[in-house]
Design a protein. Sequence first.
Length: 113
Amino acid sequence: MQKDRRKQIIKKAGKEALQVVSAVCMAAFFISIHVQATNGNIITTGFNSLYDVVASIVSNIGQLFLLWGVFEMAASMNTQDGMAQSSAFKRVGGGLIACIAPQIIPLINTGAN
């Protein structure tokens, strides 16, 4: 009898705790705090360094795809399989776009300003 009562109390406390936690989370999402940055260079420097890291990762992955596509294209030229040739050309094109994208994005951003 006491075990059932304890289980009910624990279950009720768990529900109440879940309600409190969800109310706090909802309040955190809906409360807006207006912050004015006095030095915008700190923010842009952080985003620029993050962009540089992501751009180098994308470029390196693009180089791997390009190299893989070139080898696959060379191998597919020896066969009559059009699908293999098509996928090789697609992989080469995707690799080129991934390699060039980090250099093209700043040009697009300066053109938009």
